[in-house]
Ligand binder design. Structure first.
Ligand code: GDP
Ligand code: IMO
Ligand code: MG
Length: 428
């Protein structure tokens, strides 16, 4: 019984939520190991749409234990709002476990996130404004407040005081904002403590024991490889490790226990927020992908930037994550195109790059080198085997597989849970 990491291989919104959900009842634990409520995963079950942010996608499958592990930053107000909304729709959330070592997002993190972006002006990151970066910054600065601190009021007060001290100087003197008091912050955080207490666990212990017993554990990455703070397009990234290594540090499960690393890629590319994006289409084709693909953010509602598939990025993601499988999503969106361009290399000021330039400035200037593949016009949303696909769609998948360096084990042909072609069992 395996431990499988499912992560984004592009800039997010590849359909990780659906890919995780689709593994469904065969999974015992689904673990969120990084990020927070900057994530937005849409899962469609029997025509019903669910938007998840902080909760792991496994929450929608009866029998699965969802886990928010130590690597996540938790906004408690969002957590309980999300739990309440799911409960109101009849979803059982009672098995949820939250790591005692996960860090908390406090209201001051959101304030700092927003003012920092405003002051960056043209150089802004385009964050989700959820306080993610400042919460991780406090964690690394050793000024963070963790879940376990909620249960010792004295410690909580000390930690909040420590975290606010510098920030208030900054907020008042530099950003011209009002100071945030220790008391209002502590009251806010403590208001969730009793409700949180029964969910809190040593999740690293729980997960390692589960693996000892032969249970199946899926580690669900938030964000994606190109948004990873180490391997992404820094500084236009999120503040956590979305890549495969993050599944280990973010959960307390060692790398020797991971059996598979699955990268989720769209049949084209999207990005939300600022930063370089070589295959971005600023023309009618980009608009077409956005409309047909429904490319609007689940978290902020922002239109997603759209472009053709970039095999250089897929190869890069295969490498830095050690991918064993790809899940190729939204193939159905490309139906009706006569030809489909795919980026195979970059041209940087006349020099050809077959792999990601190590220098970020070169990546900013990278222009895609395309090959054009033949498209298909048949509706593929009902296809359930690879052979059901039109020959040109099959060829498109095989070409991407070849260029990306990792086998395509599943193909998404629609948003619904069942609209998937499985070529290789991800849990086998
Ligand atoms: P995530 O953040 O990686 O989980 O992805 P999002 O949920 O933000 O964005 C993916 C969107 O594509 C969602 O609206 C899904 O319902 C939808 N989706 C996922 N797979 C497919 C697919 O194969 N075909 C189509 N048409 N939609 C899909
Ligand atoms: P899922 O899990 C796409 C982007 C933001 C911004 C940058 C930093 O749904 O794929 P942050 O608020 O994290 O500090 O913002 O990262 N970003 C995402 N883009 N999908 C996501 O999550 C994202 N989470 C953050 O748009 O550019
Ligand atoms: Mg998303």
């Amino acid at each position: 019984m395996p431990a499988v990491v499912v992560l984004g291989a592009q800039w997010g919104d590849e359909g990780k939520g659906k890919a995780t959900d689709q593994l469904g009842s065969r999974v015992d634990y689904v673990v969120k190991y990084n990020g927070g409520n900057n994530a937005g995963h849409t899962v469609v079950i029997d025509g019903e749409k669910y938007a998840l942010h902080l909760l792991p996608s496994g929450i929608l499958s009866p029998g699965v234990t969802p886990v928010i592990a130590n690597g996540v930053v938790v906004d408690l107000a969002v957590l309980f709002a999300e739990i309440d909304a799911l409960q109101a729709r009849g979803i059982d959330t009672s098995r949820l476990l939250v790591s005692s070592a996960a860090h908390l997002i406090a209201p001051y993190h959101q304030v700092v996130d927003k003012v920092t972006e405003r002051f960056l002006g043209k150089r802004r990151i385009g964050t989700t404004g959820r306080g993610i970066g400042p919460a991780y910054a406090d964690k690394i600065n050793r000024l963070g407040v963790r879940v376990q601190d909620l249960f010792d009021e004295h410690i909580l007060e000390q930690k909040v005081e420590g975290a606010l001290d510098q920030k208030n100087h900054l907020l008042v003197k530099v950003y011209n904002r009002r100071a945030i008091t220790v008391a209002e912050t502590v009251d806010h955080l403590l208001s969730f403590a009793d409700r949180l207490r029964p969910m809190v666990a040593d999740t690293a212990l729980v997960l390692n024991r589960a693996l000892d017993e032969g249970r199946t554990v899926v580690f669900e990455g938030g964000q994606a490889t190109m948004l990873d703070v180490d391997h992404g397009t820094y500084p236009f990234v999120t503040s956590s490790n979305a890549t495969a290594g993050g599944a280990c540090t973010g959960s307390g499960v060692g790398p020797t226990r991971i059996d598979r690393v699955v990268g989720v890629v769209k049949a084209y590319t999207t990005r939300v927020g600022e930063g370089p994006f070589p295959t971005e289409l600023l023309d009618a084709d980009g608009e077409w992908l956005r409309e047909v693909g429904g490319e609007y953010g689940v978290t902020t509602g922002r239109p997603r930037r759209c472009g053709w598939y970039d095999a250089v990025i897929a190869r890069y993601a295969s490498r830095v994550n050690g991918l064993t499988d790809l899940v190729l999503t939204k193939l159905d969106v490309l139906t009706g195109r006569e030809r489909v361009p795919v980026c195979v290399a970059y041209d940087v000021d006349g020099v050809r790059y077959d792999e990601m330039p190590a220098d970020q400035s070169a990546f900013h200037h990278a222009r895609p080198v395309y090959v054009e593949l033949d498209g298909w016009s048949e509706d593929i949303t009902g296809c359930r085997t690879f052979e059901d696909l039109p020959v040109n769609a099959q060829r498109y998948v095989l070409a991407l597989e070849e260029m990306s360096g990792t086998r395509v084990s599943a193909i998404g042909v629609g948003a619904g849970r069942d609209a998937t072609i499985v070529r290789h069992d991800l849990l086998g």
